[in-house]
Design a protein around this ligand. Structure first.
Ligand SMILES: [Zn+2]
Length: 189
């Protein structure tokens, strides 16, 4: 047991177990901590999070809010990826790649226009035609595809901007309820 102390409301306890693997071979995780809330009222209201060496309470309502934010970010990304202009760009670019004449010509095109930075060997191994290639494109490469085929990217840019804003908001850890109730010694995490 690493720690035990009164819970937030005082009716029960918070405890932290120090855990080690149940085998003796080396592991990347030789030691970890499992916090417990031994109080019904506090367990309904909080979760314990370890943030580097600090153990903090986070209200469940905040965690639910964060889940909603993540959902909003995913929805925004889907809206961006499914936008009519994106479908148009993918279709045109896929056609250009398919008509390049050979896989190495397609690779040259994709590289020239910043859609791909893999070697010809990797490109060739993964090549399943233009449509599949365009389907798997990263966002930054997709942006380059707009420039390449000359489709107006204003709506797409706006949707991506919106997604980035939501995603940033969703990945920020929720505010802790109060100061850490326990702090590990410097060399234990
Ligand atoms: Zn309590």
């Amino acid at each position: 047991m690493q720690y035990t102390g009164a819970c937030q409301c005082g009716a029960g306890t918070f405890s932290i177990d120090e855990c080690t693997p149940d085998h003796s071979w080396p592991t990347s995780r030789p030691l970890w901590y499992e916090p417990h809330i031994n109080c019904t009222a506090c367990a309904n209201q909080f979760e314990i999070e370890q943030r580097s060496g600090d153990f903090v309470l986070v209200e469940k309502t905040r965690l639910e809010e964060q889940e909603q934010k993540r959902h909003a970010a995913r929805t925004a990304l889907e809206a961006a990826e499914g936008h009519a202009s994106v479908i148009e760009v993918k279709k045109i670019a896929a056609g250009l790649l398919d008509n390049a004449g050979s896989v190495s010509a397609a690779h040259r095109l994709a590289t020239q226009h910043n859609l791909d930075d893999s070697t010809i060997g990797t490109f060739r191994r993964h090549w399943r035609g233009g449509e599949v290639f365009m389907r798997g494109l990263r966002l930054s490469a997709l942006k380059s595809a707009f420039t390449w085929v000359g489709v107006d990217s204003k709506d797409f840019d706006q949707l991506i901007e919106e997604y980035r804003r939501l995603d940033e908001d969703a990945t920020r850890p929720p505010q802790a309820f109060a100061a850490p109730f326990h702090r590990l010694k410097r060399n234990r995490f």
